[in-house]
Design a protein around this ligand. Structure first.
Ligand code: DQA
Length: 138
């Protein structure tokens, strides 16, 4: 089984960025933990601050991988292009957010991805990613 985690803008700053919301761990450290937890899965990771690169990665992996875990970060709330890409590909996408976006500002309540996703996991901190991966196993 092959799964990719795709992270959007500013998620390269995890550990430094608003730690009261996003926690103290870098994603790279957490990714190592995930890889050892799910050692039977081929797990890839991609992060970009650039909308078009996220769309290209969805297109590149979206017809061959078994699952995509997508945290499009702020683009979730703005990007019709990323939403269209999720709709266009055949691999199921689980949308993930570290924070509970519904408990935050109103502009974070809107998602251009959710309608095309297999499901949404949010609000569980970094554990949201683990729950999303698990959803592909059951
Ligand atoms: C986020 C929530 C978004 O609203 C925000 O722009 C992010 C991170 C989350 O994981 O909680 O950058 O996707």
């Amino acid at each position: 089984m092959k799964i990719i985690i795709i992270n959007g803008p500013n998620l390269n700053l995890l550990g430094k960025r608003e730690p009261e919301i996003y926690g103290q761990h870098t994603f790279e450290d957490y990714f190592d933990i995930l890889k050892s937890k799910f050692d039977a899965i081929e797990l890839d990771y991609f992060q970009s601050n650039i909308e078009g690169e996220i769309i290209s990665k969805l297109q590149e992996t979206g017809f061959s991988y078994d699952g995509i875990v997508l945290n499009a970060a702020a683009y979730t709330h703005t990007s019709i292009g990323i939403g269209d890409a999720v709709k266009a590909i055949s691999t199921a996408v689980v949308e993930v957010h570290i924070s509970n976006t519904f408990a935050r500002e109103e502009f974070r309540h809107q998602s251009f991805i959710s309608a095309h996703a297999k499901g949404v996991v949010l609000g569980f901190g970094l554990q949201s990613y683990e729950l999303a991966i698990q959803s592909f196993l059951s």
